[in-house]
Design a protein around this ligand. Structure first.
Ligand code: RUB
Length: 313
């Protein structure tokens, strides 16, 4: 296996064959682990190269950054010891993803009353874990899924939930306010949570939060603790990815007008009622504590590990 394997894997993240913050994080840990198992010499250098390639794929999902830093924080004298330590850390991270999403389902589902209708946006494994678990517990629920233009991740959500037997209504993104009176809860996932408790998630999330607040519908976020951003502790802002205009309009229109295609937006904390994490359902104001206690300053180690991240601004 050569570095090509890492480059091809990075390509899958860029073109969204592998997408969703949790899946991306788990995938990176797996790619680093597989590459580490094959390296014959110059372990540190080779791993650093691989980590940088993966880091420079999509800039917004903090879980990608946290996953790579967690795995790359290996120790040991010889290459063999380093490999063993890295593989152990990668397995720990993968286990963290799997157990956190399950636990979020268990904790979040307790908040859902039978007979309610939930609105979700995009396609979040953690948000869907809450919904599926509530349904598996026998609660009579229904879901409204937004289509999530321009990549239509809402179609994935609709298919995934209807495969479980959950009744789903698919709506266009701009119909949220029209239907809000039929909604009892909004549940979305997260690409990042900042130190002040703001949410970074799929473009359109902040408009939904605004509408939910106006209608007094509880707005909940399902986010594993590795979605919290240690870098925001130092005042660094989250970079919002802008994607190819071709995702939005055909060439005949692109040649006439400018097109902007941000993939994510920011929802300020006062629109968020609760963040459901694997360590409990917390108010957004607790974000600082999660970063301090769960992630630690160790994860700030961009300089320490000397990896270079291109900032897409
Ligand atoms: C996906 C998205 C999801 C979060 C959380 O965006 O915004 O809501 O990543 O998902 P994209 P999960 O499709 O552009 O990657 O809970 O699965 O981590």
């Amino acid at each position: 296996m050569s570095i090509d394997y890492v480059v091809k894997s990075a390509e899958k993240i860029k073109n969204m064959e592998v997408r969703g913050a949790g899946r991306i994080a788990k995938f990176c840990a797996k790619v680093l682990m597989e590459y580490a198992m094959e390296i014959k010499k110059n372990f540190d250098e080779e791993m650093k190269k691989a980590a940088e390639i993966l880091l420079n794929t999509r800039p917004t999902a903090v879980s990608l950054y946290n996953s790579i830093y967690y795995v790359m924080d290996y120790s040991g004298e010889s290459d063999e010891e380093k490999r063993e330590s890295l593989v152990k850390r990668a397995k720990e991270f993968i286990e963290w993803v799997d157990t956190a999403q399950k636990e979020i389902g268990r904790i979040g589902s307790r908040r859902i009353k039978s007979g309610s209708t939930i609105l979700t946006h995009c396609n979040s494994a953690s948000a869907l874990s809450v919904i599926k678990e509530a349904y598996r517990k026998g609660k009579d629920i229904e879901v409204f899924a937004t289509e999530s233009r321009p990549r239509y991740q809402g179609h994935l959500t609709a298919k995934e939930l209807s495969a479980e037997g959950i009744p789903v209504t698919l709506i266009v993104d701009s119909a949220v306010r029209y239907f809000i009176r039929e909604i009892d809860y909004v549940i979305v996932g997260a690409d990042a949570i900042t130190v002040n408790g703001s949410l970074v998630n799929k473009i359109g999330t902040s408009q939904i939060a605004l509408i939910a607040k106006e209608a007094r519908v509880p707005f909940m976020v399902a986010a594993e603790t590795y979605k919290f951003s240690p870098k925001t502790l130092l005042g660094e802002s989250i970079v919002i990815e802008e994607r190819d205009p071709a995702e939005v309009a055909p060439e005949e229109l692109r040649s006439l007008v400018k097109i902007r295609n941000p993939a994510f937006d920011i929802t300020p904390r006062h629109y968020i009622d609760l963040i459901i994490t694997e360590i409990g359902a917390i108010p957004p104001e607790m974000a600082y504590l999660v970063i301090k206690e769960r992630l630690g300053y160790r994860l700030l180690g961009e300089d320490e590990l000397k990896l270079s991240v291109h900032h897409y601004d």
